[in-house]
Design a protein around this ligand. Sequence first.
Ligand code: AHR
Length: 492
Amino acid sequence: MECRIKVWGTREGTISPLIYGHFIEHLGRCIYGGVFDEDAPCADARGFRKDVIEAMKQIKCPILRWPGGNFASAYHWEDGVGPKEKRPALLNYVWGGVETNRFGTDEFIEYCREIGAEPYITVSLGTGTLDEALHWLEYCNLDTPTKYAAMRKAFGHSEPYKVKYWGVGNEVYGHWQVGHCNASEYAEKLRQYAMFMKALDPSIKIIAVGADNPEWDIQVLKHAGRFIDFISIHQYHGSDEYYDTVAAAYYVEERLRLLENLIKGLGFGHVKIAFDEWNVWYRVSAEEEAEKNGVVFLEEPYNLKDALFAAGVFLVLHRMSDIVGMANLAQMVNALGMLKTSKDTLILTPIYHVFDLFVNHTGRVVLGLDVNTEYYAIKAKSFVGGRQHFELSRVPYFDASATYDPGRNLLCLAMVNYYKEKSVDVEVDLSDFGIGEKATCFELGAEDPFVMNDFENPERIKPMEKTVELPGENLVFRMVPHSLCVLEIPLL
Ligand code: AHR
C-alpha cells in the first residue's frame, strides 16, 4: 500500500501540553493500591508508590484530575483532611467498598507536586453544596484570616496550594449520577458556582459539564458560557473488533468538532474543550461487578489495538489544538488504568507507551500537513458490552501529525498505519525544509494487534528505537501493519 504526506513549513498553532493529562478516582485499586499503598514494598514514607511516580514522571504528567468521576458527586472533602487517625472510614456509595479517607486533598496536592502535575479538582454537585465547594476553594487557595485557610495552615500547609482548575460536577446529565439533573438546572447551578468561586479566587479556571449532546451543551453555554473556561466531553470506546476500536478515534473527532461548532457558533471564543475522560472501555462492566462483588474495580486490560486508538486520539487532538485545551485519560492506574500494579510490580500497558512517544518525541508547534490515503466506511460496536454504536463513512487507513520542537530543532512526524494486515510505504515530502542525514524512529508495533503486557510478560510490547538514514527531502518510509511510528527529524 502507498500513501503520501506533504509537510508544510507553516506554523498552524500550538498544542496545549494539558492534552496529555490524567485522571485518578476513588474507584477499585486506582488510588488505594495504585497511587497510594502504605503497605507496598515500593511505597515511600508518604505511602506513595515510587514505581508509579517514576512512570508518571517519565511521561511528564501535566495535569491530574481528582477525586472523580462519579465518586466526586458524593465526596465531602473535610472527611479527607487533618490527622489521618481522626479521618472517618466511610462506605464508598458510588463504587462500593470502604473509603478510608487516608488519601485526601493534602495528599493529592503533595502527589501532584511530586510528579510535576497541575491539580484539577472536581467539586460535588450531588450530596455536596455550594458552601462546601467555596470552603474547599478557600482551604486550597486563600491566605485570608478565615476558618478554612486557617485550617490548612493548622494542618501544616502554610502556603496556599493555588489550584487553578476546578470542575463543577461530573456527568450530572446521567441517570447513574448522584445529583442527576436537567440542563437548565445544571446551567443555573454552574452559573452560581462559577460566579462565587471566581469571586473568591479570580485566577481559577472553571470546567463545566458537557454532555456530548447539543441540546444540553447549548443550554449550558448560553446560560453560563461567560462564567466558564472549559466545557467537558467524555468518550469511552472499543470492542473486540480491531477496526471498531481504531476507527473510534475518528468518531471522537466528529464529536469534538460538533462541540467546537457549538462553542464557536454561539460566540464563546474564550471557551475551550476539556476532553477530561477518554479511553477504551468495553471488557468490564460496573453493573456486573457491583452485582457480583459489591465492589467495582474496572481493571480493563489494554492491547496494541487499544493503543492505536489512543494514538489516533492524539493525532486528532494535534489537529484540533486551537479548541481542545485539555484532555485526561480515564484513568491512570488499575481502574481503566494505563498502568497496572501488583503489590510489588508495575506494568506499562501499550497505552502508556503511546503517551511516552507523544509526550517525549513530538513537538508542541503544529505544522501544516496534507495526508493522502485510502478510507473505509464502518458501522461499529463500541463501549461497554457493545451498547453504543457509531457509523462513519470515511475513516483513514493511515493518519499522521507533523509538529515542530523548537527546543531541539526537530520536525516530528507521528504516523499510524491502521491497516490490520498491510504494510504501507509512506512517501514523505519535506521539500519545505532543510533536513539532516539521519532521523530517530520510535516504533510501537507487534505481530499481533491483540498482544498485551501482563505480569508474566511485562515487556511483550514496548517502543523500539532505531536510526533511519534520510536520503533527502523526499523519502519513502515503510510501516508494518497496525503500528505507530514517531520520527524525529533534525532540521538544518
Ligand atoms: O471512569 C469511570 C467513570 O466513567 C467515571 O467515574 C465517570 O465519570 C464515567 O462515567
